[in-house]
Design a protein around this ligand. Structure first.
Ligand code: ZN
Length: 134
């Protein structure tokens, strides 16, 4: 298992980690298998979507802000980030994808991104590459 460490820059941030994951897959030497990506933070999420137009990431953050407004959650009394925990739960902490001929089977317009809903902070993402049995 490998780890990607990065520092997010804003309270709400979407960081493209595709290049880091591609390097880990290449270094693994696995030709056919599965790649799991998991973020170990309760106020983050992993998404696969387009990053060619960065407006898509902004739109996602806007949509989530509309669905989950700030400042009205019981957990806010603890550390004032109830909305971040809910967004993380909705989107989810992990993604998986297939590896074929040593390459991630991402679509033409798909990238892998970390979403931080309670930054800026140092964030850690685990990446595990599993080789097919047969
Ligand atoms: Zn909290």
């Amino acid at each position: 298992m490998e780890e990607v460490s990065l520092n997010t820059k804003k309270k709400y941030d979407v960081v493209d980690i595709t290049d880091d994951v591609v390097k880990i897959v290449e270094n693994s030497g696995v030709e056919d298998g599965t790649c799991f990506i998991y973020v170990q933070h309760a106020t983050c999420a992993i998404i696969i979507n387009e990053n060619y137009d960065p407006n898509i990431c902004d739109d996602l953050l806007d949509a989530l802000a509309n669905v989950v407004p700030e400042g009205k959650w019981k957990h806010d009394k603890i550390d004032n980030n109830g909305a971040a925990h809910i967004k993380s739960s909705i989107i989810g902490p992990s993604e998986m994808m297939f590896i074929k001929d040593g390459k991630l089977m991402l679509g033409r317009w798909q990238n892998i991104m970390l979403c931080d809903f309670d930054g800026p902070r140092e964030r850690k993402i685990l990446v595990k590459v599993v080789k097919d049995e047969m």
